[in-house]
Write a protein that binds this ligand. Structure first.
Ligand code: ADP
Ligand code: MG
Length: 253
């Protein structure tokens, strides 16, 4: 069980005319993620989804509020300690490392260099061909490939809580369903609490619970059917979006 209690994240507001002004990005969020359940987090661009995920992983420190894993207060723990406690995070835009192969990253994540064990993980995440292990994780990997590497290293850690930030970014349409099934299978067979930030219907439908984040707050938590009206609002064309047909260039969010 992962509990977040009244967490707030504020940063200096560099756009504000007055000095010392703060911008609140996460505005008092409380929620309990049950062990072994599948959650989808969705919401407009800039609503705070990635920030919330990074606060849980400890990539950002909360301004106030608390985070508990299995009732233990982990608010003061750094990323490494939270990783050791069983939380894993898969970046929306994973880093690329010159001179590093998928095998290197997978070995670190799995804590083994044993060929059979690595092969088992490659098979488990459904990556076709063991040769992929020797792919350099550098700028030559495609957007889809780097996301698969990121996903595989997250799964290889056997986390209690796995957070995936927009795992479908850069992924071709026909890879999304196998990816949803993979995360579902991991949730069901390993009992992983799975939190996926996504706009994709396939992930939203796969989730036990959908969280809708708006303006740094939870606007809705429940099943997908109950969110139908709110999701319709989301698909309305907003500031900076590409609208259906010709846009009203004077529209505001
Ligand atoms: N470290 C930061 N410093 C200042 N502003 C930030 C920081 N991180 C995120 N933001 C801002 O907070 C808002 C929410 O960002 P983010 O969590 O990335 O949104 P989402 O993932 O929902 O698209 C955005 O306006 C973003 O520019
Ligand atoms: Mg984001």
């Amino acid at each position: 069980m992962l509990e977040i209690k009244d967490i707030v994240f504020s940063v200096p507001d560099l756009d504000a005319p007055e000095k010392g002004a703060q911008k609140t990005i996460i505005d008092g969020v409380s929620y309990t993620f049950e062990q072994g359940k599948f959650y989808a987090i969705t919401g407009p661009n800039g609503s705070g989804k990635t920030t919330l995920a990074k606060l849980i992983m400890g990539i950002y420190d909360v301004t106030s509020g608390s985070i508990f894993l299995e009732r233990k207060d982990i608010t003061q723990l750094g990323i490494t300690e939270r990783a050791r406690a069983g939380i894993a995070y898969s970046f929306q835009h994973p880093a690329r490392f010159k001179g590093t192969t998928f095998r290197d990253l997978l070995s670190i994540a799995a804590g083994t260099e044993d060929e059979d064990k690595l092969a088992k993980i490659v098979a488990r995440v459904g990556i076709c061909s063991l040769d992929f292990l020797d792919k350099p994780v550098d700028s030559r990997l495609s957007g889809g490939e780097i996301k698969k590497v990121e996903l595989a290293t997250t799964i290889a850690r056997n986390p209690r809580v796995a957070i995936y930030d927009e795992p479908d970014t850069g992924i071709d349409l026909w890879t999304i369903d196998p990816m949803v099934r993979l995360l579902k299978r991991e949730q069901e067979t390993q009992g992983t609490t799975t939190i996926v930030v996504s706009h994709n219907r396939a992930f939203l439908s796969a989730a036990d619970t959908l969280l809708l984040i708006k303006g740094g707050r939870i606007a809705y938590a429940g099943d997908l059917d109950g969110a139908a009206e709110l999701l319709k609002d989301l698909s309305a064309c907003g500031y900076g979006d590409i609208c259906e047909g010709e846009s009203d260039v004077r529209c505001h969010r």
